[in-house]
Design a protein around this ligand. Structure first.
Ligand SMILES: O=C(O)CCC(=O)C(=O)O
Ligand SMILES: [Fe+2]
Length: 313
C-alpha cells in the first residue's frame, strides 16, 4: 500500500484545538507551535516528495471544528506543500469544495454521486499537465451506514501487470478526453489536446487516466483501455474514510476512485472537503496565457458553505 498513515500527535491536536486555523502554522504564534508545524511539514513533504515510495499520506485524528475553521485548516496545510488552485470549470473555482452526495446526482460519476462507481481517475486529467499536483480530501463526516471504498492505485505498479508492449502503447498512443461530468465549460481545450495516458517523468511515471472520459481512437486502443481498467480495478488498494482523516494524494501518480454506496441526505451524510494544490502557481502561468477564462487563480480563498450541494456535480 503506498499510503503512509500518520496519526496526528497530541501536541498538534492541542494546537489545532486552541488556535485559529488561519494562522495555525504562523511561527510568530509560539515557539512550541513553530516546532510542531515544522515536524508536521517535514513528514508531509518527505512523504509527498518525488523520490518517496509513497503516493499519498493519510493523516488521521484531526479535530473537526466549525465549517470555516475546517476550510482554513485545509488551506493552512496546503500552504505547507504548494499553492491552492481553483479552476473555473470545476465548481466555479471554489477553493474548498464540499463533496456530499446529492439527490440530483445519485447516478453521476462525480464526487457528489453515490449509487454508481466512480472509476479510477486523476482529478482533472483532461487538463494534464496543468491539473493539480496534489489533491486534498478531508473527511469531516464519514456519515452513517456503510462507507464506500476510496480506491487507490499507484501508476508505478502498472508494470507488474501488463506486457512491455501494452506499456509502450500507453506511453505512445494518444487518446481524446471529454470533459468530466463535474466540469463545466469550454470543451475545445481538451478536445484539441490528445494525450498519452502514461508519461515518463525521470524515473517515475505519471498518468492522466480518467476512464469515464477517455476516448480511444481505434479498436486496439479500445481493447487495451478496457483491459487496463479491469487490471486497475482488480489490483487497487482502498481506504474507508473516517471522520478526521485528511488524505493528500499525488494526483498525477495515484489513480483513485470510489465505490457505489447508499447515500443519506440528513445531517449524518458523508461529507468530504476537497482542495486542489499545485506545487507552484508559476507552473500554470503558461496555461493561463492561452486558457485565460478557464482557469481562475485566486489569492484569497472563497468558500463553499452549502453542505448539501444540489447544483454542482
Ligand atoms: O468520494 C471519494 O472518496 C473520492 C471522490 C473523488 O475522487 C473526487 O471527488 O474526485
Ligand atoms: Fe477524484
Amino acid at each position: 500500500m503506498s499510503v503512509k498513515t500518520y496519526p496526528v500527535s497530541t501536541a498538534l491536536k492541542n494546537l489545532i484545538n486552541q488556535n485559529s486555523a488561519s494562522n495555525l502554522f504562523n511561527p510568530l504564534n509560539s515557539i512550541e507551535g513553530a516546532y510542531i508545524a515544522k515536524d508536521f511539514q517535514e513528514v508531509i513533504t518527505s512523504t509527498l516528495s518525488v523520490e518517496s515510495e509513497f503516493g499519498a499520506i493519510r493523516i488521521t485524528g484531526i479535530p473537526i471544528k466549525s465549517d470555516d475553521e475546517n476550510n482554513q485548516l485545509m488551506k493552512s496545510i496546503c500552504d505547507l506543500i504548494g499553492d491552492a488552485v481553483g479552476f473555473s470549470g470545476e465548481n466555479n473555482a471554489t477553493m474548498v469544495q464540499n463533496l456530499a452526495p446529492s439527490a440530483k446526482h445519485i447516478h453521476s460519476k462525480a464526487g457528489t454521486g453515490s449509487k454508481v462507481d466512480l472509476e479510477a481517475h486523476s482529478d482533472l486529467a483532461h487538463l494534464y499537465p496543468y491539473n493539480p499536483d496534489y489533491l486534498m480530501l478531508f473527511c469531516v463526516n464519514s456519515g452513517s451506514g456503510e462507507q464506500p471504498k476510496t480506491t487507490l492505485f499507484d501508476i508505478n505498479d502498472l508494470g507488474k501487470y501488463v506486457s512491455k508492449e501494452t506499456f509502450e502503447h500507453l506511453k505512445n498512443t494518444r487518446y481524446q478526453y471529454d470533459l468530466p461530468e463535474s466540469f463545466k465549460g469550454d470543451i475545445s481545450f481538451s478536445k484539441k489536446t490528445l494525450k498519452c495516458p502514461i508519461i515518463q517523468e525521470g524515473n517515475r511515471l505519471e498518468s492522466c487516466f480518467q476512464f469515464n472520459t477517455m476516448r480511444p481512437i481505434d479498436e486496439k486502443s479500445s481493447d487495451i483501455l478496457s483491459d487496463i481498467k479491469s487490471i486497475i480495478s482488480k489490483n487497487s488498494d482502498y481506504i474507508k474514510f473516517e471522520t478526521g482523516d485528511l488524505v493528500i494524494l499525488k494526483n498525477k501518480r495515484m489513480l483513485h476512485g470510489r465505490s457505489a454506496f447508499t447515500p443519506n441526505f440528513n445531517e449524518q451524510t458523508r461529507l468530504l472537503k476537497r482542495l486542489y494544490v499545485t506545487k507552484s502557481i508559476n507552473n500554470l502561468k503558461e496555461f493561463t496565457h492561452y486558457q485565460i477564462n478557464s482557469l481562475k487563480l485566486l489569492d484569497s480563498i472563497s468558500y463553499d458553505n452549502e453542505i448539501q450541494q444540489t447544483d454542482v456535480a
